[in-house]
Design a protein around this ligand. Structure first.
Ligand code: PAF
Length: 275
């Protein structure tokens, strides 16, 4: 396994790589969710590339950026154990030189839900992801379904900009009790982890109601909110949406997705499920 910090060396190292090339983009602090992406890439690609770059522009709150968990040596070890061939770990200046000005905006998809709660966040994600794709030119990119809005936005961007990369979507990885794996879970105390399971419980309730024929999203959301409050979670948003456009639905008569963002103490968690 090789590690490089520069675009130039990265491209050189990839010039004779065995196809297809799979890219897993990360901000480090790897957990089982990332490992699932790496395994999927390793199973299907001749060359597996992973990036580790904590993208400062996608954090709305400076402290969130500063407190983002970092563990480079452990991340490198996990990548090596999971068959990564090449790691791209650029410094800030390599990705955003002084002269940098461009931002990518995927209209609508980047402005609702996460976009409304964290203005500019998804534009910054779209921007760094297209930069990584352009630098690596992978055949496949791998994203997890926990960040479903990010995933759908990147899928849209790939189509709209005629990027020759296929997006592979990988199931959310969960603890035994249902809590979705996230780099931010490291900030949760054992007690808070029990509260945090409330996101999964609320999504389960939404699924059950839907399975039993409930079509009113108002009714479903009221029940979900009750579960979240019971778990002492502070709801940021709670939505039932079209699973492609993420526009909100009032009455369900086809596929739908339930999404939650909630605070557990100071830690903001998100989760979703098709219902
Ligand atoms: O999901 C993440 O970890 C980040 O948003 C990504 C895609 C690596 C871009 O910085």
């Amino acid at each position: 396994m090789k590690i490089t910090k520069t675009v130039c060396e990265f491209r050189n190292l990839l010039s004779n790589a065995t196809s297809p090339i799979g890219l897993v983009a990360t901000m480090g602090a790897l957990h089982e969710g990332h490992v699932a992406l790496l395994k999927e890439a390793r199973a299907n690609c001749g060359t597996v590339v992973a990036s580790i770059f904590i993208n400062p522009t996608q954090f709305n709150v400076k402290n969130d950026y500063l407190n983002y968990p970092k563990n480079l040596s452990q991340d490198i070890e996990i990548m090596e154990d999971n068959g990564v061939d090449l790691i791209f770990n650029p410094d800030l200046e390599e990705m955003y030189p002084q002269s940098y000005t461009t931002t990518v905006n995927v209209k609508d998809l980047s402005s609702r839900l996460e976009g409304a709660s964290r203005p500019g966040h998804l534009d910054s994600v779209a921007t760094i992801v297209i930069k990584l794709i352009n630098i690596c030119q992978p055949d496949f990119v791998y994203f997890g379904q926990k960040d479903i809005q990010q995933l759908l936005m990147i899928k849209r961007m790939i189509i709209d900009l005629n990027i020759q990369t296929r997006l592979v979507s990988v199931d959310t990885c969960r603890d035994a009790d249902g809590l979705a794996k996230s780099s931010r879970n490291i900030h949760l105390t054992e007690l808070q982890k029990q509260s945090a399971v409330g996101l999964f419980s609320a999504l389960q309730v939404a699924r059950e109601l839907r399975l039993n024929g409930e079509q009113s999203t108002g009714q479903i959301k009221a029940e979900m909110k009750r579960v979240l409050i019971q778990h002492k979670l502070n709801v940021d948003y709670l939505a039932i949406c079209d699973p492609e456009s993420l526009s909100e639905i009032e009455y369900i008569n086809g596929p739908a997705i339930a999404l939650i963002a909630a605070y557990c103490g100071n830690t903001r968690l998100i989760d979703n499920t098709l219902i």
